[in-house]
Design a protein around this ligand. Structure first.
Ligand SMILES: Cc1cc2nc3c(=O)[nH]c(=O)nc-3n(C[C@H](O)[C@H](O)[C@H](O)COP(=O)(O)OP(=O)(O)OC[C@H]3O[C@@H](n4cnc5c(N)ncnc54)[C@H](O)[C@@H]3O)c2cc1C
Length: 525
């Protein structure tokens, strides 16, 4: 494999879409390279297997942030998928697009052409909606979206608690309005995870013009005369150079900026300090980092109805799933949730998102607590804080330095505190009376804003949605133009979550797939 027409780096949510669409032309030779292995683990295809994936280092980059000043100097764990399907192979499968205003905001702030009305057709094109097509949803696309096959009684209780408080039940968070509580739809087909690899890549693996290389780390984009001409790829100890007519980076919000920097594309002073020859001085590479910071309120359960099964119970769940494709094994665990306005929301738009988990979730599920309990995730949908990402060294195998800079803006903390107070109200509703035990985190003693803030600083974590590090736009800080071509370098594009100028109000898999569906048309031209 020494040359191709189009080389794609990264077989994640975006990369699989691009490989599918670009290789549809049999005359185009497409190479897709992926640092991780094939997605053959049964814990990837079985939805509830996600609880096991947190402890599978072979499919995870397992990044860590730098010590976060807003979080008592803690270093947060940032899982990112390193496997065919990328993060869509390890994610929680919640199918959410964000709010109309997110995209209209992009269009109004220097990204014309990206308004909601203009992106909606690409969401619909990607989708195979089990409920059928309507004005918002499509059928026949590669990404299966369906309702859960199994629902825990505590998730029902969560929705009943919301009803008790007068919170509207929303049957479709991706329809006319996002507001309210409801069941998440999930990216699943027939009770199995539909990652981007399962939905987009698997059906086209047999195309003779598509080569997929796993265990292959792109270490540098080679630019000659202002044009990307090749990519250096390391497989084991072998480094090879693959010539390409065009190169697209789809490595995600951490790796795409890292690879640009390794290739000499980024802030000139930073590159010079590391002895990397400057190819293009682009100050925005690695800047504008945004993420959803999340706090888990954890309540002990007085009845053993949760998903805290223990080893024996888990084996039974796995067996039942194998036999029926149903039961708790088909659950994404974060079954219900919703979008609420705190008293701080001035514009009627939801400003916090909840994910309800009928299990005890501490440290991303890596810390298994004894007994039973349930967890309310709460995150701020549109944080104002901005972080950045830089290289630690010129070594392509070294992790980059991530400065997420959570809570740098006081408004983010204030909104999260307001969200946690809403969670308290829901948790206190009568519906939970038969199940409610002690509140473990933050604990009933936490009542004042200062106490909530201290709890957040001590325990908040990422809910896995970093974006913005190769921001699209037109100003000096933009990295890619409105068609996702890297400014100042011919034949090089970035297509993944890193190009979002601002974080959307919700989970980021579907928006990333939409971005790739759009970009594929331009790359195809
Ligand atoms: C634990 C977790 C839970 C989540 N839950 C949800 C959810 O429920 N719903 C939702 O919508 N979103 C969720 N997300 C977020 C969502 O999955 C991501 O935003 C989305 O998958 C990002 O897509 P991407 O294409 O930008 O990057 P990724 O999907 O991460 O893909 C990047 C790919 O590129 C590869 N790669 C990177 N660098 C190189 C290199 N140098 N050489 C070769 N290959 C490389 C990586 O190994 C990876 O496979 C979750 C994410 C995580 C981690």
């Amino acid at each position: 494999m020494t040359s191709c027409d189009h080389l794609i780096v990264g077989a994640g949510s975006a990369g699989c879409v691009l490989a599918h669409r670009l290789s549809a032309d049999p005359a185009r030779r497409v190479v897709l390279i992926e640092a991780g292995p094939a997605d053959s683990s049964p814990f990837i295809s079985m939805p509830a297997g996600l609880a096991q994936l947190v402890n599978m280092p072979g499919v995870n980059w397992s990044y860590q942030t730098e010590p976060e000043p807003g979080l008592n100097g803690r270093r947060l764990w940032w899982p990112r998928g390193k496997v065919l399907g990328g993060s869509s192979s390890i994610n929680a499968m919640c199918y959410i697009r964000g709010q109309r205003e997110d995209y209209d905001g992009w269009a109004g702030a220097g990204c014309p052409g990206w308004s909601y009305e203009e992106v909606l057709p690409y969401f619909r094109q990607s989708e195979d909606q089990a409920r059928g097509a309507d004005a918002y949803h499509g059928t026949g696309g590669p990404l299966a979206v369906s309702d859960l096959r199994y629902r825990n009684v505590l998730s029902e209780t969560f929705l009943a608690a919301g009803r008790e408080l007068g919170i509207a039940l929303n049957a479709d968070f991706n329809g006319a309005t996002q507001l309210g509580l409801g069941w998440y739809q999930v990216t699943q087909r027939d009770g199995r995870r539909c990652s981007a690899a399962a939905g987009y890549l698997k059906p086209v693996r047999g195309r003779p013009n598509l080569s997929v290389l796993t265990g292959a780390l792109a270490t540098r984009v080679v630019v000659d005369g202002g044009r990307a001409v090749a990519v250096e790829v390391r497989r084991g100890r072998v480094v090879e150079r693959i010539e390409a007519g065009a190169v697209t980076l789809a490595g995600g919000a951490v790796n795409s900026p890292q690879l640009l920097l390794l290739s000499g594309i980024g802030p000139a002073a930073d590159l010079e300090a590391l002895g990397i020859p400057v190819v293009a001085d682009l100050p925005g590479v690695g800047a504008n980092l945004q993420d959803h910071l999340d706090y888990c309120t954890l309540v002990k359960a007085t009845q053993p109805v949760t998903y805290d099964f223990g080893k024996l119970g888990e084996a039974w769940v796995g067996l039942r799933y194998l036999l029926t494709r149903g039961g708790p094994g088909s659950s994404n665990i974060a079954e219900a949730g919703g979008f609420l306005t705190t008293p701080r929301a001035r514009d009627g738009r939801a400003d916090v998102q909840l994910h309800f988990v009928p299990a005890q979730l501490d440290d991303h599920g890596r810390n298994r607590l004894p007994g039973h309990g349930y967890t309310f995730h709460c995150c701020v949908l549109r944080p104002k804080s901005r972080g950045r990402l830089t290289l630690a060294s010129g070594d392509p195998t070294a992790a980059p330095r991530i400065f997420a800079n959570y809570l740098a803006e006081p408004d983010d903390a204030a909104t999260l505190i307001a969200g946690l107070k809403l969670v308290r109200e829901i948790a206190a509703a009568r519906a939970f009376d038969p199940y409610r035990g002690e509140e473990l985190f933050p604990g009933a003693a936490v009542r004042s804003d200062a106490e909530f803030l201290a709890a957040i600083r001590a325990k908040a974590e990422t809910i896995y949605h970093p974006v913005g590090t190769c921001r699209m736009g037109q100003g000096p800080d933009a990295v890619v133009d409105l068609r996702l071509r890297v400014h100042g370098v011919e034949g090089l594009s970035v297509v993944d979550a890193s190009v979002m100028p601002t974080l959307v109000s919700g989970n980021t898999n579907a928006p990333t797939i939409m971005i790739a569906e759009r970009a594929a048309e331009w790359l195809d031209a």
